[in-house]
Design a protein around this ligand. Structure first.
Ligand SMILES: NC(=O)c1ccc[n+]([C@@H]2O[C@H](COP(=O)([O-])OP(=O)(O)OC[C@H]3O[C@@H](n4cnc5c(N)ncnc54)[C@H](O)[C@@H]3O)[C@@H](O)[C@H]2O)c1
Length: 435
């Protein structure tokens, strides 16, 4: 498994749990040193137990020695990052670097599996590059096997996926992939065997569709505010329709993370480069970008100018149960607050360390109450469980002004209003205290 980040470490340890012998490789020496000492470099529920169990069984090892790992493997997974470039296209340099390294160390037949999320056509390009650079008389097959795990429930998702997508064009490689995923076959997990391009597009299309649901419900939330409807009930009523489904219909500050924004931008870029301007996909991104300013506008509605005011932000990771802050809505919100010359106090149960990398000028606090101290407004940005039962009277005591913006529609508005708060959320109108 080349690349031992969120996907590589989870996939590698779970594949070891399936009974395979797995070497997780990374160029980041610190990551490998931490793992060798029994530490886990990322926050992911259940991962430590999974890693420990498989290291103890001898099926899971960690190394920076890519040559040794490639030479001793029958199947080589590529699970490195594919971040966005400023124009929305995917930066594939890590993928191609790894492809070259694999080619150099090829010593006999291997299956090379693209697990990184890549634009359609990349896996075939990787195959061409490897054929060009590999020693003569070596043989390999290429497979596109995109990953669908969600950070926060990644181990469970990998062990019990809704489906496995395998783009493969040789029966030999298909049989080997079936062996790698054997326990999932026994669980009768649906497996779609298809072409490389179809597998790649299935991943991007799935993410684009999930994001469409989020941006769609956010648009309906904006309409709800104008017409006096309640978005929670609208979403519930819609979600009960089996054709629609209730998941990903939660109005709020929008999506973030290391996948949806970059994958959708990449799909948009690819489509435009092939001569088709995808309108739905473009709109998803535009709507999502607006959500942070909508949240800040709600705060300004209550407080007027934010210049010199102190605002608390609860939750920095892009969603609960992860320490990942890549493309997190919290960052867009904090940037907007700082641009308004507000002072910002922040707290997150696990993402404080990762958030330091943003270099945003904020005060880091110890808990929600420390954050609220002296604030004119408090914003709930990531719906961690520990923010679902806040002590509202205590917060009121600590704050200069009782203004709460619930960017995830976690609370019933009445709970805050009855304690004298001005409470704002998405798509639910403004509830006033009855006199
Ligand atoms: N994070 C998710 O939830 C998720 C879910 C599905 C798919 N994906 C996709 O999986 C891929 C990996 O994502 P991630 O979140 O795990 O990224 P990540 O940044 O957490 O991990 C990537 C790892 O690859 C390592 N790396 C880079 N170049 C290397 C090289 N030449 N040799 C060895 N290691 C190298 C990095 O040091 C890093 O540890 C991306 O394409 C992403 O879109 C991510």
């Amino acid at each position: 498994m080349i690349g031992t980040g969120y996907v590589g470490l989870v996939s590698g340890s779970c594949l070891a749990d399936f009974g395979n012998a797995v070497a997780c490789v990374d160029i980041n020496e610190e990551t490998i040193a931490t793992l060798k000492k029994g530490g886990i470099p990322i926050y992911e529920p259940g991962l430590k137990e999974m890693v420990t169990r498989n290291v103890q069984s001898g099926r899971l090892t960690f190394t920076t020695d890519v040559e040794d790992a490639v030479k001793n493997s029958e199947v080589v997974f590529i699970a490195v990052g594919t971040p966005s470039r400023p124009d929305g296209s995917s930066d594939l340099s890590y993928v191609f670097d790894v492809a070259e390294t694999i080619a150099k160390h090829l010593n006999g037949y291997k299956v090379i599996v693209q697990k990184s999320t890549v634009p359609v056509g990349t896996t075939r390009e990787v195959a061409v590059l490897i054929s060009e650079k590999a020693p003569e008389d070596t043989d390999f097959d290429i497979v596109a096997n995109p990953e669908f795990l969600r950070e926060g429930s990644a181990v469970e998702d990998f062990l019990r996926p809704n489906r496995v997508i395998i783009g493969v064009e040789s029966t030999r490689a298909e049989e080997i992939m079936k062996k790698v995923y054997r326990p999932l076959y026994l669980l009768e997990t649906p497996v779609v065997i298809t072409t490389l391009e179809t597998a790649e597009l299935t991943k991007h299309a799935s993410n684009a569709f999930l994001a469409t649901k989020i941006s769609f419900i956010n648009e309906i939330a904006a309409i709800s505010e104008l017409v006096g409807a309640n978005i929670d009930d609208v979403a519930k009523g819609m979600g009960l329709d089996g054709r629609i489904g209730s998941k990903f219909l939660h109005a709020g500050v929008g999506f973030g993370g290391s996948c949806l924004p970059k994958d959708i931008a990449s799909l948009h870029h690819l489509s435009v480069s092939k001569g088709y301007e995808p309108r739905v996909i473009r709109a998803i991104l535009e709507l999502n970008r607006e959500q942070a300013s909508r949240a800040v506008a709600k705060l300004k509605d209550e407080l007027g100018s934010l210049g010199g005011k102190t605002i608390g932000v609860l939750g920095l990771s892009f969603k609960p149960n992860t320490d990942d802050v890549r493309e997190a809505p919290s960052i867009r919100i904090i940037e907007a607050l700082l641009a308004e010359k507000a002072n910002v106090r922040v707290f997150d149960p696990v993402a404080m360390e990762n958030f330091k990398q943003t270099d945003l000028n904020v005060v880091r606090c110890k808990n929600p109450y420390d954050t609220a101290e002296g604030c004119h407004g408090l914003m709930l940005v990531t719906e961690w469980n520990e923010f679902r039962q806040l002590d509202i009277p205590r917060l009121k005591e600590l704050m200069k002004e009782p203004v709460f913006v619930d960017c995830r529609n976690v609370y019933r508005p009445e709970r805050w209003v009855e304690h004298g708060f001005r409470y704002r959320s998405f798509g639910r109108g403004i509830v006033k205290r009855s006199s």
